[in-house]
Design a binder for this molecule. Sequence first.
Ligand SMILES: NC(=O)CCC(=O)C(=O)O
Length: 260
Amino acid sequence: MKMKIAIAQMDIAYGNPEENYIIADRLIQEAVEENPDLVVLPELWTTGYDLERLDEIADGKAAESIAFLEKTAAQNGVNLIGGSVANRTGNGVENTLLVISKDGKLVHTYSKLHLFQLMDEHHYFIPGTGTANFELEGRGFAGFVCYDIRFPEWLRKHASKGAEAIIVVAEWPKLRVAHWRSLLIARAIENQCYVIACNRAGSDPKNVFAGHSMVIDPWGEVIAEAGEGEEILTAEIDFDKVKEVRGIIPVFEDRRPEHY
Ligand SMILES: NC(=O)CCC(=O)C(=O)O
């Protein structure tokens, strides 16, 4: 089974959800012209890292973001990874990834587990507690948020539980673009699965972001990579390739988890 992916490498308006809904809508419309099965938005695409104003701009129970994404998915008949949004819950604000099916239904949420101290996340967000595994079009996916990719054991756990494609939504600074590329390629090789990684473009008062959204195949080959600016990046993924690579080197059979 094949799937066409479109990554919306968005330049996010700092702390301005209203403007970001307009930008996201424009990019999704542009992506839909390529007839994708799935469109992916970046991390915190409604607010950016305007953490000091989070009390004011975080979305209560992610309701407004979910309503926008459900409507957009249904109108265009396309599955959406609605990036992640600042989601105000009863316990605090979570950085929550949203998955919406092409019939306009929220099918999965995952809140970032690893909070990135270098960008002050631990002062403003609480970590999630849920699984990253979900199903779309009958295939196994797992969706993570940015810094999560530095924790290979977390991604491995989800690959072991059936993820054939790993989604990553990010606001990854340009300063560490070499880490971004290497970590994503390593996660694809070690888990023998596709990695579909959507970073943001542009800058905010503290960081210039890397862009370089990527799609990597289960052998670790980069099959599509964006530049630094706003862009729609497309690629076709083939789930048969996951089976093929896992058959050549049976890493999942050869694991010895009782020793580690
Ligand atoms: N938004 C993030 O989680 C950034 C992670 C990051 O930059 C890193 O180096 O890790």
